[in-house]
Design a binder for this molecule. Structure first.
Ligand SMILES: NC(=O)c1ccc[n+]([C@@H]2O[C@H](COP(=O)([O-])OP(=O)(O)OC[C@H]3O[C@@H](n4cnc5c(N)ncnc54)[C@H](OP(=O)(O)O)[C@@H]3O)[C@@H](O)[C@H]2O)c1
Length: 247
């Protein structure tokens, strides 16, 4: 059960992160929320507390290791432990390589890959001491298949899966009972398309998402189910996709 577990979520100000925070809080988990938009984190934390839950928050840019470390410290100060750390913050400014959108490439690498690494680096020392924990990394269907226009986004999401499998094996070697789960969503109705900078790509994606995307609560439920699995077992790889989505 996620009841009473301390759960840290990056990218908690919208979409999958926000929906997961709200669902887990209803189940009794203690939430620690990170993202850049602090005013929205405050609103989410206030709502959770009004409903009788517990939530702390801190403005956190996952591209800055020091800020990610501070988020971990907040969890320890407020709740004394970290049971689950969800590396969810991400952006998806897709475009064809010939456009040479270097700023988008760098931002995706910094947020989607380095942000995940910093989250792992911040959480593992505490989980190691506790001899328990759960790292959940959000990849994508685009982390299983690449297509025209998805090169760098897919590369970052393949990287998340490679990092997760290495981490899983390292945790087995460390005998610290830390579970590792990769959640790879398909088209989910969130704010993610606002990160697409190429107008043509954005228009195409908006059409696709309008036709196929499913509510964000489906992913939140999947994350809760992964957490609720007994501690001697882990879902290591999960694809959660709209029933009607082909690729
Ligand atoms: N929606 C989909 O169809 C889909 C499919 C596959 C995978 N995913 C993955 O799911 C994850 C969540 O995305 P979403 O769909 O929920 O999109 P979203 O609604 O746009 O949420 C993205 C979250 O990431 C945060 N974020 C962005 N840059 C950040 C940074 N530098 N530091 C900290 N937080 C940052 C945003 O908060 P701030 O702007 O406040 O920082 C926001 O809370 C991403 O990793 C995405 O790649 C989504």
């Amino acid at each position: 059960m996620s009841e009473a577990k301390v759960v840290v979520i990056t990218g908690a100000s919208s979409g999958i992160g926000k929906a997961s925070a709200e669902l887990l809080a209803k189940d009794g988990a203690k939430l620690v929320l990170g993202a850049r938009r602090e005013n929205i984190l405050k609103e989410i934390a206030d709502k959770i507390e009004k409903l009788g839950g517990q939530a702390a928050y801190k403005a956190t840019d996952v591209t800055d290791d020091a800020q990610v470390e501070e988020l971990a410290k907040l969890a320890i100060e407020k709740f004394g432990r970290i049971d689950v750390w969800i590396n969810n913050a991400g952006i998806m400014p897709q475009s064809v390589l010939s456009e040479k959108k270097i700023q988008d490439w760098n931002n995706m690498i910094d947020i989607n890959i380095k942000g995940t690494l910093y989250g792992i680096g911040a959480a593992i020392p505490y989980m190691d001491k506790q001899k328990s924990g759960h790292i959940i990394n959000v990849s994508s269907v685009a982390g299983h298949v690449a297509h025209s226009g998805s090169a760098v986004y897919s590369a970052t999401k393949y990287a998340v899966r490679a990092i997760s499998e290495s981490l899983r094996q390292e945790m087995v070697d460390a005998k610290n009972n830390v579970r590792v789960t990769v959640i790879s969503p398909g088209a989910i109705n969130t704010e993610l398309l606002s990160s697409v900078t190429d107008p043509e790509v954005k228009a195409g994606m908006e059409k696709f998402y309008a036709a196929y995307s499913i509510p964000v609560e489906r992913v939140a439920l999947t994350i809760k189910q992964a957490i609720d699995l007994p501690a001697d077992a882990a879902w290591n790889e999960v694809i959660i996709r709209p029933t009607s989505q082909l690729g």
